[in-house]
Design a protein around this ligand. Structure first.
Ligand SMILES: Cc1cc2nc3c(=O)[nH]c(=O)nc-3n(C[C@H](O)[C@H](O)[C@H](O)COP(=O)(O)OP(=O)(O)OC[C@H]3O[C@@H](n4cnc5c(N)ncnc54)[C@H](O)[C@@H]3O)c2cc1C
Length: 426
């Protein structure tokens, strides 16, 4: 029995490992190449940045070649990583359960969450590693009854250098990413082909017979497990003549930027605490993407820039086209919710003594899901009813709604459950 797993991020690597453990011959096809973290001193780019010579946000791939940014509408930038390890390489390491919309359809992933948390190792950044201003913002949020708590992370705090650059890849290897699962799968006999983008699933008699690569080569298999992320999976399905759902969501991130002389916020892990609000979270966060490429942020130096983010669960209204282009507007309602939430963030920053001018960062989203949403009827089999029998999905595409929360753990938990259902049916 040969399974073709497309993608090696949170979902793909988890599925590959679980299927390999179940005795299946696994071939992982990954569009991206080997990932290299950013290891230079980011401060060296400051003079060029301040002169505006770094260019626009699409130039982020000069720092990290795996990064892909694209505008899904005038207001929204989508971000993802195309590499062996997918988006897990560029996370802040945050690991929380985000399963509200899954429980609504009757899917309980408690067992998978527990198992995965045990595998990746969860810790919080000790408070003495937080910058003083971050502690002060935490205290303000506490006094206002916002229930802030330390963020669970899959980061080995002893190896973490507090460089603040988790999203440019972890230079010390302290942060978990899906290459650890992939490595295990390969030790069990799975094969990985990197730099191998899949263009479509080959259908014969209503079943998948294999996949066609972007270069034209055909790879045969007994089943295809799509784990190319919310955009990649939808794109492959559409090219294959199977309609994905036009319900892509991304979890909108908007960082409010303020100023405090010598705050040096980057000298701590990002998002060390968060407050769960109604449909969004608040968290301290110096948005490196906005710092480097967002013109309105240009005037303030790295040491003095202070940020705190809103991560908002937004309307699932994105459509992925056959060339991977995404159309996704930001609804009027979501714009209003973002405005109200960012006022709240600014008030916390002011309460902690952060000064203005307060300027919003780039509105972006990098938690891409919802394009093959599970329905109530799919929960038992974990097989979306819209797909042929031997095509499975094992990534965040399965999640019906935007959680406004970190999503790695949920992508992996969905993949784990789906893989177990595959094995059960063999
Ligand atoms: C900057 C950033 C920071 C984040 N921080 C956090 C965080 O701290 N905590 C958290 O929980 N979540 C975070 N996330 C979100 C999280 O990383 C993703 O939601 C999660 O990794 C999604 O898993 P996935 O398997 O669905 O997709 P991915 O991890 O994106 O994996 C998809 C894989 O498919 C590959 N692929 C795509 N198209 C093709 C194709 N045609 N053929 C072959 N391969 C293909 C990609 O290269 C990739 O390897 C962050 C995301 C970003 C962008």
């Amino acid at each position: 029995m040969r399974a073709i797993v497309v993608g090696s991020g949170a979902g793909g690597a988890t599925a590959a490992l679980e299927l390999a453990r179940g005795g299946v011959e696994v071939v992982v096809l990954e569009a991206g190449g080997r990932f290299m973290p950013f290891t230079r001193r980011i401060g060296l780019a400051e003079p060029v940045r301040r002169m505006g010579l770094l260019g626009g946000e699409d130039k982020v791939s000069r720092f990290i070649p795996a990064y892909r940014t694209s505008r899904s509408s005038e207001k929204l930038l989508l971000v993802r990583s195309i590499a062996v390890g997918g988006c897990t390489l560029v996370t802040c390491g945050n690991m929380v359960r985000a399963d509200d919309s899954l429980r609504e359809i009757g899917l309980d992933l408690k067992r998978e969450y527990e198992e995965l948390e045990g595998c990746v190792g969860i810790a919080t950044a000790p408070m003495d590693r937080w910058r003083p201003l971050t502690r002060e913002m935490f205290a303000v949020a506490q006094r206002r009854g916002l229930g802030p708590r330390a963020t669970p992370k899959a980061v080995d705090m002893e190896r973490c250098a507090s460089c603040g650059l988790c999203e440019l890849g972890c230079a010390t290897g302290a942060k978990w990413d899906s290459r650890r699962f992939l490595g295990e799968a390969m030790r069990m006999g799975s094969t990985l082909r990197s730099g191998t983008g899949v263009s479509r699933v080959i259908l014969e008699g209503g079943r998948a017979a294999g996949v066609q690569l972007q270069g034209g080569e055909i790879i045969k298999g007994d089943m295809v497990v799509l784990a190319a992320g919310g955009i990649g999976t939808a794109q492959i399905l559409r090219v294959s003549g199977i309609e994905p759902s036009d319900t892509l969501w991304a979890d909108l991130v908007l960082t409010v930027g303020g100023v405090t002389k010598n705050a040096r916020q980057l000298e701590e892990p990002p998002m060390v605490w968060y407050s769960q609000r109604d449909g969004y979270i608040i968290s301290p966060y110096l948005d490196v993407l906005s710092h480097m490429f967002h013109r309105p942020w240009r005037g303030v130096g790295l040491n003095d820039r202070v940020g705190a983010m809103v991560k908002l669960a937004e309307e699932a209204n994105g459509r992925v086209l056959t060339d991977g282009t995404v159309h996704k507007p930001v609804s009027e309602r979501d714009q209003q919710r973002l405005a109200a939430a960012s006022d709240e963030v600014r008030s916390i920053m002011e309460g902690a003594g952060v000064q203005g001018p307060f300027v919003n960062g780039l509105l972006h989203g990098g938690h891409l899901g919802g394009t093959v949403p599970l329905g109530k009827e799919d929960v038992g089999s974990m097989h979306p009813s819209s797909l042929p029998e031997n095509i499975w999905v094992a990534d965040l595409s399965l999640m019906p709604r935007s959680p406004g929360l970190p999503t790695v753990l949920t992508a992996a938990a969905l993949a784990l459950r789906a893989s177990r259902c595959i094995l059960k049916g063999l």
